[in-house]
Design a protein around this ligand. Structure first.
Ligand SMILES: Cc1cc2nc3c(=O)[nH]c(=O)nc-3n(C[C@H](O)[C@H](O)[C@H](O)COP(=O)(O)O)c2cc1C
Length: 361
C-alpha cells in the first residue's frame, strides 16, 4: 500500500528505462553486503514448507520467480532470494552482444496495468555474462534464458539465428539450473522466425546434437493460432531434452486496451501485465490438457496477486513468474503472493503446491 500510494507516483514520473537501470544498480549493490541483505530479508522474506516444490531434481523454496527480461545481464542473483523470490530467469542472453532497439523502448500503460516493451533483446552477450557467472554458487535455482541476437546481420537469416542460439548455449551451458529457449520475442524485425514450426523444428534438431542434461523449457507467446501451437507441442515430443514450456511472453495484440489512442500514439512494443493474464491462463490450461500434464509449465503473464498465481497453478503451472506486477505493486508482492498461496492451499485442503497443479483442467 505504502509503495502504491507514495513510492510509485514518484517512480512513475521518471523515465521507465532509467528507473529500471537504477533498480538494477541498487539491487546489485544491496546484494553485495550481508547487512543490506539482512535488512531486506527482514522486510520481504517469507518461508513456508507448503510452498516447497521439487521439479526434475531442482528444489524450489517457493514457486514465485522473477521472469526473464528484468535482470538481462544477471546482476540481481544475490539480492532476489532475500526479496522472497523462489528462483529467477536471467536474460534473454544472446550469442552476440545486442544493443537492442532505439530508445525510448519501454512505456507504462497505467490504465491497463501494463507495460509496452520494445527492448529488442539488449544484453551484454553470452561471453561477458558467462564470465560474470561461471564458478559461482547461487542461493536459489537460476534459469538461463537464451535467445537469438536482434542484430542486423543475424536477425533475418535463420542459419545465422541458429548459430547465435548455439553460441549463447555453449557459453551458458554449465551455468545455472535450467535453460529456457526463447522463441517468442515479439520485438525483432523478423517477427516470428523461430515460432514458425518449420524453423523451430530445425532449431531443436540442432540443440538435440548436444547432450542437454539440464531441464530445458521453450518460451511461448500468448497468441499462436491453435494449429501452430499444436505443431510446436508435437515437435516438442520428438525431443526428450524439452522438459516443458514457459507460458507466456508478451503480445503484440493491442485489441481491448483501456489506454486511449492518444496515449498509445508514440508507444512502441509489445504488451505485458493485466492484458495478457487471461490469454496466458488459457494457453497454460490448453497445453497442460494437450500434454496430459507430462510437460512442466512455468506460468507467467499478468500475475498481480496470490489468486492470479494460484489460478495458473490450478490450470497446470508448476511454477510462476512475474515482472509487471512487481512494477505496479512493489517488491512486497512476492511475500504477499507466497503468503496468499499458503492460505489458498489450506482453504482447499492441499498439503503442497504439487497437489494443486492442474486440478482445474
Ligand atoms: C521489461 C521487460 C523485458 C522483457 N524482456 C524479456 C526477455 O528479454 N526475454 C523474455 O523471454 N521475456 C522478456 N519479457 C517477458 C517477460 O518475461 C514475461 O513473459 C511477460 O512480461 C509477462 O509477465 P508479466 O505480465 O508478469 O510482466 C520482458 C518483459 C518485460 C516487462
Amino acid at each position: 500500500m505504502c509503495y502504491e500510494k507514495f513510492v510509485r507516483p514518484i517512480l512513475f514520473k521518471i523515465d521507465p528505462e532509467r528507473i529500471h537501470d537504477i533498480a538494477l544498480f541498487w539491487g546489485g549493490v544491496f546484494g553485495k553486503f550481508w547487512l543490506t541483505r539482512k535488512v531486506i530479508r527482514s522486510l520481504y522474506y517469507y518461508k513456508n514448507e507448503k510452498l516447497n516444490i521439487s521439479i526434475n531434481g531442482i528444489n524450489f523454496d517457493n514457486p514465485v520467480g522473477l521472469a526473464a527480461g528484468f535482470d538481462k545481464n544477471a546482476v540481481l542473483m544475490n539480492v532476489l532470494p532475500d526479496l522472497g523470490f523462489g528462483f529467477e530467469e536471467v536474460g534473454s542472453i544472446t550469442g552476440e552482444k545486442c544493443e537492442g532497439n532505439a530508445k525510448p523502448r519501454i512505456f507504462r500503460l497505467p490504465k491497463d496495468q501494463a507495460l509496452a516493451v520494445n527492448y529488442g533483446l539488449c544484453n551484454l552477450g553470452a561471453e561477458t555474462i558467462s564470465k560474470r557467472l561461471s564458478n559461482r554458487k547461487f542461493r536459489f535455482p537460476l534459469g538461463i534464458n537464451i535467445a537469438r541476437a536482434n542484430n542486423e546481420d543475424i536477425v533475418m537469416d535463420v542459419d545465422k539465428g541458429i548459430e547465435d542460439y548455439i553460441k549463447a548455449y555453449n557459453f551458458m551451458k554449465d551455468i545455472g539450473d535450467f535453460i529456457v529457449i526463447n522463441i517468442s520475442c515479439p520485438n525483432t524485425p523478423d517477427k516470428r522466425a523461430f515460432s514458425l514450426p518449420s524453423n523451430f523444428s530445425r532449431l531443436m534438431g540442432e540443440f538435440n546434437k548436444f547432450k542437454i542434461t539440464k531441464p530445458c523449457f521453450i518460451k511461448l507467446k500468448p497468441d499462436y493460432p491453435k494449429r501452430e501451437l499444436d505443431e510446436l507441442i508435437e515437435i516438442s515430443y520428438k525431443y526428450k531434452f524439452i522438459t516443458g514450456f514457459v507460458i507466456s511472453n508478451l503480445t503484440k495484440d493491442r485489441k481491448g486496451l483501456k489506454s486511449s489512442d492518444k496515449e498509445l500514439e508514440n508507444v512502441e512494443g509489445s504488451i505485458s501485465g493485466m492484458p495478457i493474464k487471461e490469454r496466458s491462463d488459457e494457453i497454460i490450461k490448453y497445453v497442460y490438457r494437450k500434454t496430459k500434464g507430462k510437460k512442466v509449465i512455468i506460468g507467467v503473464g499478468g500475475i498481480f496477486n496470490a489468486e492470479d498465481a494460484y489460478r495458473k497453478i490450478r490450470n497446470g503451472a508448476s511454477l510462476v513468474q512475474l515482472i509487471t506486477g512487481m512494477i505496479y505493486k512493489g517488491p512486497k508482492i512476492v511475500k504477499d503472493i507466497n503468503k496468499g498461496l499458503v492460505n489458498l492451499l489450506e482453504k482447499d485442503n492441499f498439503k503442497s503446491i504439487k497437489e494443486a497443479i492442474g486440478v482445474d483442467v
